[in-house]
Ligand binder design. Structure first.
Ligand SMILES: Cc1ncc(COP(=O)(O)O)c(C=O)c1O
Length: 458
């Protein structure tokens, strides 16, 4: 332990940050890093943006904070309009928050209040996927499926009904469609056993994030879940905290699949690392029912403040002005090509998957059986540390309920240029080559150990 009063996760001491610009960060010792994961997949515009700074300063000079029950503020109204437009008007109402977890909490509570208001108070459970990540507050944790995060708190959370989503890497069904159909049939069975009349909503990330290593669910599955929700009268909540505001090359990931949610949450990329701001978007009639029942019984102090919304607005305007959705698609293709080429070199790269500028690389001990590395070997941490030594930041987690299935995310800012993608890939290539050598050395040691044990000692 250092003698710093700060504590986060257990881990080695961290370098002190000095400054950052574009996709590059410098520590106080002068080492520079390419931000290959946009901080926590949040700094979508890169660092040091003058336009965002100027918009924030202009708002600070007017008023930084007003409380939403005392004043309306123009940036909040404008950002709400922008978000509605980004859904092409499919969701008409917006409720601001300051983080992804708050956005998820707000969605869970709005959905529940909707059914209380409309005479179905027996709906009291959510359905969600295992694995998944929806946030760290108790409500959001209740719908999260990631064992290490859940375990200490199961006595406190109201756990959702957890079902598996499709796994296009490990399934053993005849083909992907057959796999999806089986997963959907089993999900239907699980909901029918639990009692569909007790379900408030299905909560899922339309493209997986950190908990699955950017696992895709696909159109067939998402449409199947939409149908299931409609049949049973429950709502569909899409968590786009990580995928929203351009990350996958569309404003929202659901737009790739033609599946419309009833509630949608987003956060990270909306403030792009410049200020915390998130949003819950909802269908008009859901909000109308709740408002008619006396109003949404929920809120947070900093929600929708002028500075947060002016920042979000400047972010959305920058994405439009610089055509960053197009850049995300183009650079995403380049990144995919490079990642697949690197994967070809090493048998321990099990799967490369993703969309836009959100890519997951899963590591396996045995590519034939897809057996993961033993958890205690911490391969995800090793490769991330090697990348950092090479001057590249990537984002490590585990795909199999957080207990195995090492992977890392590559998800640079949406502003990244073609040459910077090449630099990212070069540095990743160096880290992977060193990781490979370490694996070979470890295998040699393991092979030698029995002989050494048997060797006569003199
Ligand atoms: C899909 C998803 N939902 C919710 C959250 C929680 O967001 P926050 O960390 O801003 O509370 C995250 C954060 O990683 C996320 O990826």
């Amino acid at each position: 332990m250092t003698n710093s009063p700060l504590f986060y996760q257990a881990g080695p001491a961290l370098p002190d940050i000095s400054h950052a610009d574009g996709v590059t960060l410098w520590d106080t010792r002068g080492k520079h890093y390419l931000d290959g994961c946009a901080g926590a997949i949040s700094c979508n515009l890169g660092h040091g943006r003058q336009d965002i700074r100027n918009a924030m300063l202009a708002q600070l000079d007017r008023v930084a904070f007003t409380y939403r029950t005392q004043f309306e503020n123009a940036p909040a109204v404008a950002l709400a309009h922008a978000l509605v437009d980004m859904t092409e008007g499919l969701l008409e109402k917006v409720f601001f928050v300051s983080s992804g977890s708050e956005a998820v909490e707000s969605a869970l509570k709005l959905a529940r209040q909707f059914f209380v208001a409309t005479g179905e108070p027996q709906r009291r459970r959510f359905v969600s996927l295992r694995p998944s990540y929806h946030g760290s507050t108790l409500g959001a944790l209740g719908v999260t499926g990631y064992h290490p995060l859940e375990a200490p708190f199961t006595a406190l959370t109201q756990a959702s009904l957890k079902v598996p989503g499709p796994d296009f890497y490990r399934h053993r069904d005849a083909d992907d469609d057959a796999h999806v159909d089986r997963v959907l049939a089993e999900t239907r069975m699980a909901i029918e056993t639990a009692g569909p009349e007790s379900i408030i909503a299905f909560v899922l990330e339309p493209v997986g994030g950190a908990s699955t290593g950017a696992r895709l669910l696909g159109e067939r599955y998402l449409k199947g879940i939409r149908t299931l929700c409609d049949e049973h009268g429950c709502l569909l909540i899409l968590d786009e905290v990580l995928t929203g505001v351009g990350r996958t090359g569309a404003w929202f990931a659901f737009q790739h699949y033609g599946v419309v949610p009833d509630l949608l949450v987003t956060a990270k990329g909306l403030g792009a690392g410049y200020y915390p701001v998130g949003a819950l978007l909802a269908r008009d009639d859901i909000v109308a029912a709740v408002m008619a029942s006396g109003g949404f019984q929920h809120g947070h102090t900093y929600a929708g403040n002028p500075l947060a919304c002016a920042t979000g607005l400047a972010v959305v305007e920058a994405i439009r002005r610089e055509r960053l959705l197009e850049n995300t698609r183009a650079r995403g293709e380049q990144l995919e090509t490079g990642l697949r080429a690197l994967a070809e070199r090493y048998p321990w790269v099990g799967h490369v998957r993703g969309l836009g500028l959100l890519w997951g690389v899963e590591l396996v001990a045995d590519p034939a059986t897809r057996r993961p590395f033993p958890a205690e070997q911490n391969r995800f941490a090793q490769i991330t540390a090697l990348a950092k030594e090479e001057g590249l930041l990537i984002y490590p987690r585990r795909s199999l309920d957080g207990v195995a299935g090492d992977h890392f995310l590559v998800s640079p800012p949406l502003t990244i240029h073609a040459e910077e993608v090449e630099t990212l890939l070069e540095r990743l290539g160096c880290a992977m080559a060193r990781f490979d050598r370490a694996l070979v050395d470890a295998a040699d040691d393991a092979a030698l150990t029995p002989q050494l044990k048997e060797a006569p000692t003199s």
